[in-house]
Design a protein around this ligand. Structure first.
Ligand code: SF4
Length: 913
């Protein structure tokens, strides 16, 4: 084995875009640490970034896509084939579909996880070879309202700020973003700035009392979807009290009079009433904004994932334009991107309505410019389908074939039953991904194995327009290939079928060639990077665009001269009134469901879901509701609840939380039906609505009307253990595949250094014996050496496998009493203690646990494995954060748990008082 070395790269999770140093011996990834020289993070990583190497362990090869697979006919299983056979098969089918139905019968659905180079090649393939604008991306679900908001007001899709503005702001106005969990390293920077500058203020706007909201100086817990009312109400007060910048408005903006008329009716009293907050809080927020020397807004999905997402973004930007809070240190409207390369996708035009270099697909001049750059006659004119429209067209049969790359629409798109019907109906589904367990892979006729983080080269752009290099540390496993290489290889094959004689659009000798071609498309545009190169990125490090030819560095801040990229060179106020969410609550569906992120999970969990440590903080799916709302429905914490919208239902344990307002419910966005299963299927997005913003086409994932009732499912099952063979993640996939046999099922990972699986299920009565036999087999509980107990009359069963004198796997089923021993048995298994002291208890339902053996405690600090129990025990002595950290070490690594530790300290203080 060769000596280890470090490879400089970028985290593949969120839009903060932290630099990482990957430790590798060339064959395997051994470790990861923050890159101290990267300007996005200066060496810091959050709990997700710090565990990246664990998600790249060789042991996880079995959940990776390693070889191309092909389903030769409907209903047949997929079989392993060569790359040539897979790509030729798809090229033949695409050519036949284009011949029969035209190019718009083909669609590509790609991802903000792709690198800029991947995006560029897919874009050429779609528009330049197939001849359709049907390419869209999961970034449509993430930031297209931010794009539309910037373009409507500032004239270009360009976030004007930098992370360093957090250091200079006097007021940070956080709207629709749980930054503490979703962009943790940026939040650490905010915490550090607040510690240095005691007069700095933070306002958080969020229906929930999130960690971000709890830490803020002022929390505006507005009713879901009423952001525009709040912003208009604040602007009304700013105008009334003269807290606006007349000179800036006159010199650098247009449309102010129309906006003033619009906000006239949004008095603080009326606005506060609609938002459901105290008028004095709205007034306070407006005054802090208007009086701040520098006001910085940070915003994300709470504004974007809405049928009025463009309007919400624009209404917030109105506040900045009216007060001149833009183009100065510490000031500006700063949209945070969710994904690592959502920004890169915007730059290359990887969305249906865009073309490379921030051009518009609908603009004939822009199409001609790109056709000339690519050396082809013309680009397609017909508008392309955006994400929701694309799957609707697939469902109606107008689109016949879809190629899905690096994303999981059968988990992440709203209205899952409609999405799955679309995938069922499609004539051909191609899935290009690194993981085989994702929900979408079930529908794949062709699987193309893709390289993943640590295995591929290219670039990404983070929220502050900073382009960073991504580098391979190890070769991809099996026959997996880089995404751009797959698209380029296919491009050659399809060109010869569809456009014989057309010049080769994919003659890239390296990934750098693809990037250089993208760079050429930015010349003269607002994001001009013609002064940048791979060599500069390698030598000088990450750079922010624009960086035109001749520049020696990228630009940190835009619009410092007050000149905006509009026809008049002035920014535009956007004067539209409030529109409520698409779905109203009524007597039948009386609860507003909101969705959001967990600290340690990422999107559909294809990567974080392979790591038991990522489940330690939030071990299992729950729906959070106000305790009063639970009580009114006869629900106690832990009871199973039916959450049902007009589109679908999930059954999920209830959790009481007074962070959630009465009349609302919260479900994390991550739980697809691999983890939150059951007969109904579809996971959390079985509930959400596909209605979208008319401008940005971004769907309203943040708001759905639901009803909640107690699930009467007396038959219960819990099974857990160390996998009999292979990885826990692969074992979890095998168990999850059985979840449809029960009305409720959840499958998660447990443990830390040693990883296991945990499955829960519930039903109205005992399921068919075959379902339990299959489950036992998946856990290795099906051989003669297994300790068994069955009471067929009561439907009670117990299975224990003991290996080397220790528990290896357990299944308990029956009524609630039959599974009551779960807690201590799980603790016994986790401790790995000899089974002898408890052997006699194993077949005695309801046996009392041995002394000192309780339910495993929840982990608060997952970096240092510090549990809630340990913290509770330390609190009487350690009464400050510093003392707690000194005693237990919790919150001293990635810092993500500091807000929670502070909350525990405050609770303890309250109780002591
Ligand atoms: Fe990765 Fe965390 Fe940095 Fe986001 S904040 S880029 S998830 S390390």
């Amino acid at each position: 084995m060769s000596a280890s070395r470090e490879v400089r790269s970028t985290c593949c999770y969120c839009g903060v875009g932290c630099g990482v140093l990957i430790e590798t011996d060339g064959a395997a990834i051994l470790g990861v640490r923050g890159d101290p020289d990267h300007p996005a993070n200066f060496g810091k990583l959050c709990s997700k970034g710090a565990t990246l190497h664990l998600t790249a362990r060789p042991a996880l090869r079995e959940v990776r896509a390693l070889h191309p697979e092909l389903r030769r006919s409907r209903g047949a299983p997929r079989v392993r084939v060569s790359w040539d056979e897979a790509l030729d098969h798809v090229a033949d089918r695409f050519a036949a579909i284009v011949a029969a139905h035209g190019p718009d019968a083909i669609a590509f659905y790609v991802s903000g996880q792709l690198l800029t180079e991947d995006y560029h090649v897919f874009n050429k393939l779609t528009r330049g070879v197939v001849g359709t604008n049907n390419i869209d991306t999961n970034s449509r679900l993430c930031m297209s309202s931010a794009v539309a908001g910037y373009k409507a007001t500032l004239g270009a899709d360009a976030p004007p700020c930098s992370y360093e503005d957090v250091d200079h702001a006097d007021l940070v106005f956080i709207a629709g973003s749980n930054t503490a969990l979703a962009h943790p390293v940026l939040y650490r920077r905010l915490e550090a700035a607040r510690a240095r500058r005691k007069d700095m203020r933070v306002i958080a706007v969020d229906p929930r009392r999130t960690d971000t909201a709890r830490e803020a100086d002022l929390h505006l817990a507005i009713a879901p979807g009423t952001d525009v009312v709040l912003f208009h109400g604040m602007l009304h007060l700013l105008l009334w009290e003269g807290l606006f910048d007349q000179a800036f408005i006159r010199a650098h903006t247009e449309g102010f009079h129309a906006l003033r008329e619009t906000v006239r009716e949004y008095t603080p009293s009326i606005a506060a009433g609609i938002c459901g907050i105290a008028e004095r809080d709205l007034v306070q927020a407006a005054r802090w904004f208007g009086e701040a020397g520098a006001a910085l807004s940070l915003y994300c999905q709470g504004l974007n994932q809405s049928t009025s997402g463009t309007l919400k973004n624009a209404a917030l930007i109105n506040l900045h334009l009216a007060t001149g809070q833009i183009g100065r240190p510490g000031a500006g409207p700063f949209s945070l991107t969710g994904q690592p390369n959502a920004m890169g996708g915007r730059e290359v035009g990887g969305l249906a309505n865009l073309l490379p270099g921030h051009r518009e697909a609908a603009d004939p001049e822009h199409r001609a410019e790109i056709a000339a750059l690519w050396g082809i006659d013309a680009l397609p004119e017909a508008p392309g389908k955006t994400a929701v429209e694309m799957f609707e067209a697939l469902r109606s049969g107008r689109i016949k074939a879809v190629w899905i790359a690096c994303t999981n629409p059968a988990q992440s798109l709203p209205d899952q039953h409609a999405v799955r019907a679309a995938l069922e109906r499609a004539e051909l589904v191609v899935v290009q991904d690194a993981y085989t367990g994702i929900e979408t892979a079930r529908y794949a006729d062709v699987v193309l194995p893709a390289a993943s983080w640590g295995e591929k080269d290219g670039t990404v752009t983070n929220s502050e327009r900073r382009i960073s290099r991504v580098r391979a540390a190890v070769p991809p496993p099996g026959e997996a290939r880089a995404d751009w290489e797959i698209a380029a290889d296919f491009g050659h094959r399809l060109t010869s079928r569809l456009r014989p004689g057309q010049r080769d659009l994919f003659a890239f000798a390296s990934v750098e060639d693809a990037w250089n071609e993208h760079r050429a498309a930015t010349r003269g545009r607002d994001l001009d990077i013609t002064g940048l190169s791979y060599a500069i990125l390698d030598d000088a490090g990450p750079q922010q665009w624009p960086m035109p030819a001749g520049a020696t560095a990228g630009r940190a801040r835009l619009y410092e001269d007050g000149v905006f990229p509009t026809e008049t060179r002035k920014a535009r106020f956007f004067a539209w009134g409030y529109r409520p969410p698409a779905e109203r609550v009524d007597a039948r569906y009386s609860i507003r469901l909101t969705t959001g992120r967990l600290r340690d999970q990422w999107h559909g969990m294809s990567r974080t879901g392979t790591l038991a440590q990522a489940f330690s903080h939030t071990p299992e799916p729950v729906v959070e509701m106000h305790p009063g709302d639970l009580a009114r429905r006869g629900l106690k914490p832990g009871d199973l609840a039916i959450v049902e919208s007009r589109r679908g239902r999930v059954i999920v344990p209830a959790a009481a939380s007074d962070d959630v307002a009465s009349g609302q419910a919260f479900l994390a966005m991550h739980w697809g039906d691999r983890f939150l299963g059951g007969a109904a299927g579809g996971g959390v997005n079985a509930l959400t609505i596909a209605a979208f913003d008319p401008v940005s086409k971004q769907p309203e994932l943040k708001h759905a009307a639901v009803r909640v009732a107690k699930a009467e499912l007396p038959w219960r099952l819990v099974a857990f253990g160390w996998p009999a063979s292979g990885s826990a993640s692969a074992a979890a996939d095998r168990l999850a595949a059985l979840g449809g046999a029960f009305e409720f099922a959840s499958t998660t990972l447990i443990g830390r250094d040693r990883e296991g699986v945990l499955m829960r299920a519930a039903a109205a009565g005992p399921p068919a014996a075959e379902a339990l036999d299959a489950l036992d087999a998946a856990l290795g509980l099906d051989h003669a050496g297994v300790i068994r107990y069955d009471d067929g009359r009561r439907g009670v069963g117990r299975r224990f496998e003991v290996a080397a004198g220790r528990l290896r796997a357990v299944r308990l089923s029956g009524d609630a009493a039959a599974i009551a021993a779960e807690g201590w048995l799980r603790e016994w298994l986790m401790r790995g203690e000899s089974v002898e002291p408890i052997r006699r208890l194993l077949v005695v339902p309801g046996a009392a646990p041995p002394a000192g053996c309780a339910t495993p405690a929840r982990v608060v600090c997952s970096c240092l494995d510090v549990t809630e129990t340990a913290i509770a025990a330390a609190l009487p002595d350690a009464r400050t954060l510093a003392a707690l950290q000194a005693k237990l070490g919790c919150g001293t690594s990635c810092g993500s748990r500091i807000p929670e530790l502070k909350r525990m300290l405050a609770t303890r203080e309250r109780e002591a008082a």
